[in-house]
Design a protein around this ligand. Structure first.
Ligand code: RIB
Length: 313
């Protein structure tokens, strides 16, 4: 069956809005909190499904109420959940998130059941040339590498969002079609590969694309994003500034990745895919929680005019 398969983490996000982040040893008070579904894998699956693509989530949750809440919300978004296992031994992953008055966040993640997520949960039978597989780095890296290799061998498209940053073995890079990083992750990866570190995002992304023989997408926060192909050609997209409507940036990167995967699945051009992913990532910042304001496909269409068309770099 053709679909996007998201292999990755599922968390409950415990979210507290604070006037400012505490310094070491300090307690800051806030009135209330939210507990909402999150985790990079789960967020990306929801973003992809809302962008109108059949999406399956593969991961692991605990045998607890947090896990049940995640499953219920995924089902409401029509994400296929049969690939999500429940652990008897570990609780559902948990992220503790504080958001300050500017919408900036600090996040601590306890992996819980996510670290038990196994490549065996993705049988070869569901991998094929019409599949796009999307991964992040909140499950055990070796499990990711196994899935990437089998997905690529089956002829599918492979996308890795290297978040949080880590190193990728050379043979895995050969199987990757798209690498999505922010500037910090890109720099850390380039350092680990022994590449000469460049200050400009374009030269850093170009080096990663050429040396890893893949398309490197680098997100630049409020400055937008760039994508560079192995031959050095590529595109640049500006971001839309939400101004006073910006509430919480937690879901921006994951929404970008999920909508990017949807564009790859639909075989849209790279520049169109970037533009849709970029506006979707911005729209997701209008509410508290990673998934709360992730847009549906129609909403992406309605807001596309807010971002100029991609420019060649
Ligand atoms: O990328 C945002 C996500 O990172 C949050 O939902 C949190 O669960 C952490 O995994």
């Amino acid at each position: 069956m053709s679909m996007v398969i998201v292999f990755g983490s599922l968390n409950i996000d415990l979210i507290m809005k604070v006037k400012r982040q505490p310094v070491v040893g300090e307690t800051v008070l806030t009135s209330t909190y939210d507990w909402l579904p999150g985790g990079k894998g789960c967020n990306q699956a929801v973003a992809c499904a809302r962008a109108g693509v059949k999406t399956a989530m593969v991961g692991q949750i605990g045998d607890d109420g947090f896990g049940t809440r995640i499953l219920n919300t995924l089902k409401r978004d029509e994400v296929m959940t049969s690939g999500i296992a429940r652990s008897d031994d570990e609780p559902t992953g948990m992220a503790f998130i504080t958001i300050d008055a500017k919408g900036d966040n600090q996040i601590v993640v306890a992996s819980g059941a996510n670290h038990l997520t196994s490549a065996e949960q993705v049988p070869n039978e569901i991998l094929g040339k019409d599949n796009v597989i999307l991964m992040q780095m909140e499950v055990t890296a070796d499990q990711n590498w196994d899935v990437i290799h089998r997905a690529k061998s089956a002829g599918g498209k492979t996308i890795l969002n290297l978040a949080p940053a880590g190193s990728i073995p050379l043979e895995v890079l050969n199987d990757l079609d798209y690498l999505i990083v922010n500037q910090i992750e890109g720099r850390q990866m380039a350092e680990k590969m022994g590449l000469k570190i460049e200050d400009s995002a374009i030269s850093m992304a170009s080096k990663l694309a050429k040396n890893c023989d893949l398309t490197c997408i680098m997100t630049l926060g409020p400055k937008g994003c760039i994508a560079v192909k192995p031959d050095g050609s590529g595109w640049m997209i500006d971001a839309h500034d939400l101004g006073e409507d910006l509430v919480d940036t937690t879901g921006a990167g994951d929404t970008f990745c999920g909508v990017f995967a949807a564009g790859v699945f639909k075989k849209l051009s790279l520049q169109e895919t970037l533009r849709r992913a970029s506006i979707a990532g911005t729209l997701a910042c209008r509410g508290v929680g990673a998934q709360t304001k992730m847009p549906l496909n129609d909403e992406i269409n309605d807001h596309l005019h807010l971002i100029a068309e991609a420019r060649p770099i």
